[in-house]
Every structure is written in structure tokens, then in C-alpha cells.
Design a protein around this ligand. Structure first.
Ligand code: HEC
Length: 198
């Protein structure tokens, strides 16, 4: 009797366990997709807003007058979006203008991977990396998306010879160690990077 009961319990477990396990893994997958979708949404909301502000500021005061938009408004927008969404958000580059925009190890690997993929023909507009990363004992959701150079960007990130004297002077005064020039349209200028504890 004892054995039979054990057997039937086992038989039941064999039927139910796979279903349970599948439920668990489907749940985890759905959860994973939710944070990834959220990161994607936040990362794609910010750049068009910045572009609109830049365009308006350039129309009003020329590119030299719009430098403040990138240096003051962009970090403000990132901060506001961080407070609203819980993501810590910033921009990084392999050739940074702001010395704070230097990537950490995970971001550096992603930027280098993006560069390789772009060189192999992928469009920089679609390059992204999404991963759960354990850092200092904490699991972080991390997301990064490339920011391609658009024609408008060249006024402040294009070849030095093409910058207006006013822009060049303003950049030299604000960013003595500026590396973020010499880009061409379509090249990856940098990336927007998001992270938050899981
Ligand atoms: C009016 C000048 C101007 C224009 C136009 C401009 N930028 Fe910038 N960009 C700056 C300045 C100034 C900084 C440094 C901001 C700071 O101090 O945080 C910067 C910083 C950045 C950064 C952060 C990494 C770094 O190098 O510090 C990225 C990424 C970036 N710009 C991308 C772009 C893209 C993409 C465009 C076009 C859509 C663009 N920028 C257009 C002036 C400009």
C-alpha cells in the first residue's frame, strides 16, 4: 500500500512538475520581456525629445547657442526621466566630450561590440544590448542603445574643420579635453545607457 501510494504520488508529480516548471520559466520570460520592453521604451523616448530641443535651440541661437541644450538640458532630461521611471540613465561614448561620459566595463564592451557590428553592416540605429548583470552582489537590469550621428549633430560633432568658429571656441572653453568631433553621418556617436536593480 505504502509503495503504491508513493508510486502514485510520483506519477502525479511527474505529470504536474513539468507543467509547474514550465509555468515558472514562462513567468520569468514574461517578466524579463517586461523590463526589456520598458528599457527600450524609455531609451527611445529620450533622444527624439533631445533632438527637438536641439533643433529649436539651433533655430533660435545658432549651434553655439544650442551647446547649453546638450550640456545642461540633456543631463536634466536624463535626471527627470530617471526620477519618473526608476532607471538610472546617461549617455556614454568611446570618444567622450564630457569626461563623465566615459563608459564603465560593461558599457565599453557593448560600445566596442556595436562598433564591430556597424562595421559589419548593421545599422547603428538598431544596435542594442540587454542583459541582467550581477555587480557587487546585486542583480542589475542593463540596457544600452546606440545613438547614430545625424546631419544636425555635425554642427557640434563633425570634423573640426567644418565647425563654425563660434562653436569651436565655445567647445574649447567648456571641454578642453573634447574628443567628440570628427564624426560622419551614420556613425555611432555614442549610446544611451540604462540600469536599475532587478
Ligand atoms: C549644439 C551643439 C550640439 C549638437 C547639435 C549635438 N551635440 Fe551632442 N554634445 C554636445 C555637447 C556640448 C555635449 C557635452 C554634454 C555634457 O556636458 O554632458 C554633447 C554630448 C553628447 C553625448 C554624450 C557623450 C559625450 O561625448 O559627452 C552624446 C552621446 C551626444 N552628444 C550625441 C549627440 C547626437 C547623436 C547629436 C545629434 C542628434 C548631438 N549630440 C548633437 C553638443 C552638441
Amino acid at each position: 500500500m505504502k509503495t503504491r501510494q508513493a508510486t502514485s504520488t510520483w506519477a502525479l508529480a511527474r505529470r504536474v512538475l513539468p507543467a509547474l516548471l514550465m509555468g515558472v520559466s514562462l513567468g520569468a520570460a514574461a517578466q524579463g520581456e517586461a523590463w526589456q520592453a520598458d528599457a527600450r521604451k524609455v531609451a527611445s523616448d529620450v533622444p527624439p525629445k533631445l533632438l527637438a530641443m536641439l533643433t529649436a535651440a539651433i533655430d533660435k541661437g545658432g549651434p553655439e547657442g544650442a551647446i547649453e541644450v546638450c550640456s545642461v538640458e540633456a543631463p536634466k532630461m536624463a535626471k527627470a526621466a530617471s526620477e519618473k521611471t526608476g532607471w538610472s540613465i546617461r549617455r556614454v561614448s568611446l570618444k567622450a566630450r564630457n569626461p563623465k561620459a566615459v563608459p564603465d566595463a560593461w558599457e565599453l564592451a557593448a560600445l566596442q561590440d556595436f562598433d564591430r557590428r556597424a562595421a559589419a553592416g548593421e545599422s547603428p540605429a538598431t544596435l542594442e544590448k540587454v542583459e541582467l548583470v550581477v555587480e557587487g552582489g546585486q542583480t542589475l537590469q542593463r540596457y544600452m542603445r546606440a545613438l547614430p550621428t545625424q546631419p544636425l549633430c555635425l554642427q557640434c560633432h563633425g570634423p573640426v574643420a567644418n565647425l563654425s568658429p563660434a562653436v569651436a571656441a565655445r567647445l574649447a572653453a567648456l571641454y578642453p579635453a573634447d574628443q567628440a568631433v570628427g564624426y560622419r553621418v551614420g556613425e555611432m556617436r555614442g549610446a544611451i545607457t540604462l540600469k536599475r536593480p532587478q
